[in-house]
Ligand binder design. Structure first.
Ligand SMILES: Cc1cc2nc3c(=O)[nH]c(=O)nc-3n(C[C@H](O)[C@H](O)[C@H](O)COP(=O)(O)O)c2cc1C
Length: 212
């Protein structure tokens, strides 16, 4: 297979200073809605990058569950590798890739836990099986085999069904990344892509363009 010859020329759209919103959360909402309309698969999937011990980065996909001018929210296990890393270093970045629109969005900022109420509200909106799953998985811990996981799922599923309700595990909840930087990338022909950025400076968003 000739991997080096795989390439794509981008020509669907353009992004200019004239059309961009004055605040990045509005621009993000606009692009997110277009990505939903374009039926981008797993449109709410984003790569969360964190920094661990010895400045080593790690990255994984998580799902965005809410966003507005205050930030971008995702849910996970508070004892997972990513959670431990964010405790040690609250700077994180999010990357969205929407190939059907030839777009990438990068967001950087500081993460903080959402309120317990917000986490409970979202937890209770999840399907029953996902709520049981949150109890079963000590995310990012080494486990002996899959059978033990499935056995625990069956046990906890019937325990909570008997009790008639399922509370949110203490070690599960949301984070909000409070953005300080956004980059909106639109693929263009000849690798002359549009990259328009917003950077928070003294409470205002400075808008600028980067070389592709
Ligand atoms: C499409 C997709 C969506 C995912 N969504 C989440 C999510 O919302 N929350 C989460 O904790 N893990 C999610 N995961 C799993 C993570 O990528 C990762 O395996 C897990 O969170 C453990 O990461 P860590 O060990 O770095 O903490 C998702 C994975 C994929 C591929």
């Amino acid at each position: 297979m000739d991997i080096a010859s795989i390439r794509k020329d981008y020509k669907l759209k353009e992004l200019s200073e004239k059309q961009i919103a004055s605040s990045p959360d509005i621009q993000f909402k606009f692009w997110f809605e277009e990505a939903v309309k374009a039926e981008v698969p797993e449109v709410n999937a984003m790569v969360l990058s964190t920094v661990g011990q010895n400045s080593r980065p790690s990255a994984r996909v998580v799902l965005v569950k809410d966003f507005d001018k205050n930030g971008i929210v995702f849910y996970t296990n508070y004892k997972s590798q990513k959670a431990i890393e964010m405790l040690g270093n609250p700077f994180a970045s999010l990357t969205f890739f929407w190939p059907q629109l030839e777009r990438q969005v990068r967001v950087e900022g500081i993460v903080e836990k959402v309120s317990e109420d917000e986490s409970i509200r979202y937890y209770n909106s999840r399907p029953w099986e996902s709520r049981v799953g949150a109890w079963v998985s000590n995310q990012s811990e080494e486990i002996e085999n899959r059978e033990k996981l499935e056995k625990l799922f069956t046990e906890l599923d019937s325990k909570f069904k008997k009790e008639g309700s399922i509370p949110k595990p203490e070690n599960w909840g949301g984070y909000r990344l409070k953005p300080e930087f956004y980059e909106f990338w639109q693929g263009r022909p000849s690798r002359l892509h549009d990259r328009i950025c917003y950077e928070l400076e003294n409470g205002d968003w400075r808008i600028f363009r980067l070389a592709p």
